[in-house]
Design a protein around this ligand. Sequence first.
Ligand code: BGC
Length: 496
Amino acid sequence: MLVAATTSPAVGSFHLSRSPSSRGMPRVTMAVRSNVVSVGSILTKLQQDCATPLPVIRHVADAMTVDMRAGLAVDGGSDLKMILSYVDSLPSGNEKGLFYALDLGGTNLRALRVQLGGKEERVIATEFEQLSIPQELMFGTSEELFDFIASTLAGFAEKEGEKFHLPRGRQREIGFTFSFPVKQTSIDSGILMKWTKGFSVSGTAGRDVVACLNEAMERQGLDMRVSALVNDTVGTLAGARYWDDDVMVAVILGTGTNACYVERTDSIPKLQGSKSSSGRTIINTEWGAFSNGIPLTVFDRDMDAASINPGEQIFEKTISGMYLGEIARRALLTMAEEGSLFGMSVPKKLSTPFALRTPDICAMQLDISDDLQAVGSILHNVAGVESSLSARRTVLGVCDAIVKRGGRLAGAGIVGILQKMEEDSKGVIFNKRTVVAMDGGLYEHYPQYRRYLQDAVNELLGLEISKNIVIEHSKDGSGIGAALLAATNSKYDHDF
Ligand code: BGC
């Protein structure tokens, strides 16, 4: 389809159309232009706006530390909610018995069971089932979503095999990992503050999500009990700590992002009174909401404005998997429209929000062939374009700028947390081995991102200190971690 010519901005200037169509609706399928902005100048501007030199990441790390303190002082004290997890003691290794975990994260729902054997046998058996969450449930009602969760769990529980044993007369207990901002009211209850990661389910915000699950389990006739409600970061920390006592921080870099860490209760002014016996507790920072000093491009601003939560989760929108591909798509669309990156026509597919996914840009960045063949075929499949070698190189330049910023900002965030902990307990973090447990598909599958993250940590901490900071992938720590926390908080005696 051919449509009217668009007016282009003057050569050399950088301009993004702010028509309503740039806010999420597909744009025109093809445009003919009279004069064209050079693709190179758009790329250069993107790279400048995305740049994260040392002073920028230093500022981000320091601001993260400051925001953490403000959020610990008083609820609402900063962008960072610094949520109390009510997890005051981490798994000891003595946990025994059969426990379930349910994990509602970003794109998937996962159910898991584990038979724990105590210090000697540790994890005797585990089984899991994973389903992707149907798109319509992300925009449906609370009842529909929780019915889906409860029926998945019921189906999974029915298949429990002989390797798993529940003593007679006991209820099956669940660690429920619910990876959204929840204001915990106890270890087994918490109110959803808001949805993130593109979810917009009606009727859940403001409610106790454990009550929502209990009601759905009742509707299913499923007799199970949630004994721990945890964020995925907290599950990851607990799971990783089960194997390694030096784990102090856990970070998720997947569809969304977040971090939690072990905090001293005397460093939490808002805790007032209710101190834990261990003197420590886990704080869920909800760092996705951080926003101080983040370098943003016009593509970020437009994506944010078109999102279901404008002005929120800015850190998440610049560093997590849900968004990196979309930022790149917006940049490439502008290059196609204003700089004829893919010839005279603007491919329709490229105009579709979220058509380019983060795994696509990762796969393109992994292409080391001379003619960038994989880049070409991904562009063809995803965006419907034929690309020249020079266009492919430009595409890689765009991906790299966005991924570099993402990885480096994530690294700065980690340093922000570590330096906060170090300030409060001199030498305990930087002068000994300290482990940051990482999980999430973005971290797991994107080597360049991981490299940029590690580079930023090294630059900020210097070689000596960064040798002590071990950033380690903890695969599916979160599921086992939630089951372990279900065990730690079981209503039954542990010694059986
Ligand atoms: C949520 C967090 C979660 C993170 C990683 C964010 O969108 O707000 O609670 O931990 O995603 O899954």
